[in-house]
Design a protein around this ligand. Structure first.
Ligand code: 5GP
Ligand code: 5GP
Ligand code: 5GP
Length: 259
């Protein structure tokens, strides 16, 4: 690998759902640059050990330097928004992540490449799309390793395979995707959707809204020490989710909802 001298075993790439971050007693503040999109945002890229422990704040001399990230600024604002109060432009959050986590993988990724790697992973793993598409015929076809050329001919001619897939879909009772619509979804279904799309079981963390509901908060995906390839998680974070979890709104419809 590029970084033979690394002192950690893998990364957790962690994305959080803004609706769940905001929908707690503590609330949130939108960034000074504007309200984030209704999409998962990056929380961090965290070096970790196989036993579940992790190093932190590894190099107090390596200061966060926003001038190294000027080419990524727009991308960071869009995909790694800060929601803590008071409102900020992001540097406090990114600086915290660099100091606490990024400095522990410095032998593999310098400051620019650390942030660039996280942004690249975000582009590769579109959680909102993965969840929304779960249970669709396309995914069942995908699961059965039907080639794109076959898929095309299947959709043209109403073939036997297509009917079998339909029957299978009905039998499995998976009829709609997982969307941030304020409804409750089975945690296993969420995990399965991500496993089918990425190949690996993710870690999931929940938090609690004002009414005490367990809600989908963070998704942990494991990545190799180069910060590029997804891997099977050596260890998953201790889970605090109920077996069904709310996927709250974060958008125009849910803006003023109190639940
Ligand atoms: P919380 O207690 O809210 O889950 O985590 C607080 C902070 O501790 C996280 O934002 C992160 O910085 C760090 N942290 C929590 N769990 C893990 C973990 O499993 N691995 C790493 N590397 N950091 C973690
Ligand atoms: P971690 O949880 O990674 O240790 O710490 C996150 C730190 O960054 C917290 O101190 C929090 O106040 C700050 N922060 C700034 N913006 C955000 C945000 O949008 N989400 C989270 N989880 N923390 C943020
Ligand atoms: P940080 O210390 O390390 O201040 O935050 C600790 C935890 O509290 C983080 O895991 C973060 O998710 C959460 N947190 C920090 N600031 C805020 C905030 O302004 N609003 C909400 N809802 N959570 C926050």
């Amino acid at each position: 690998t590029q970084c033979a001298s690394q002192d950690f075993d893998f990364f957790y790439f962690v994305q959080s759902w803004p609706g769940s971050y905001c929908d707690t007693k503590r609330g949130c503040c939108f960034p000074s640059t504007g309200k984030p999109r209704a999409d998962f945002g990056i929380h961090g890229l965290w070096p970790n050990y196989k036993d579940g422990s992790y190093p932190s704040s590894c190099d107090r001399d390596s200061l966060y330097d926003p001038s190294m990230l000027s080419d990524l600024k727009w991308d960071l604002q869009k995909n790694w928004p800060t929601l803590a109060c008071p409102s900020g432009n992001g540097d406090a959050f990114w600086g915290h992540e660099w100091n606490k986590h990024g400095t522990c993988s410095e032998s593999c990724l310098n400051q620019h490449d650390y942030f660039a790697s996280a942004l690249k992973l975000k582009r590769k793993i579109n959680l909102l799309r993965i969840l929304a598409n779960s249970g669709k015929i396309y995914d069942l076809a995908h699961e059965q390793r039907i080639q794109p050329s076959e898929q095309a001919s299947i959709s043209r001619s109403f073939s036997a395979i297509y009917i079998l897939l339909l029957i299978r879909m009905v039998l499995k009772c998976v009829c709609a995707g997982i969307k941030p619509d304020g409804r409750f979804y089975s945690l296993n279904r969420i995990k399965k959707a991500i496993r089918e799309a990425t190949g690996f079981i993710p870690g999931i963390q929940c938090n609690v809204d004002g009414d005490g509901n367990s809600q989908l908060y963070e998704i942990y995906i494991c990545v190799d020490v180069n910060g590029s390839e997804l891997i099977r998680c050596p260890v998953l974070p201790r889970q605090r989710c109920k077996s069904t979890v709310e996927f709250p709104y974060f958008g125009a419809i849910g803006e003023n909802s109190s639940t």
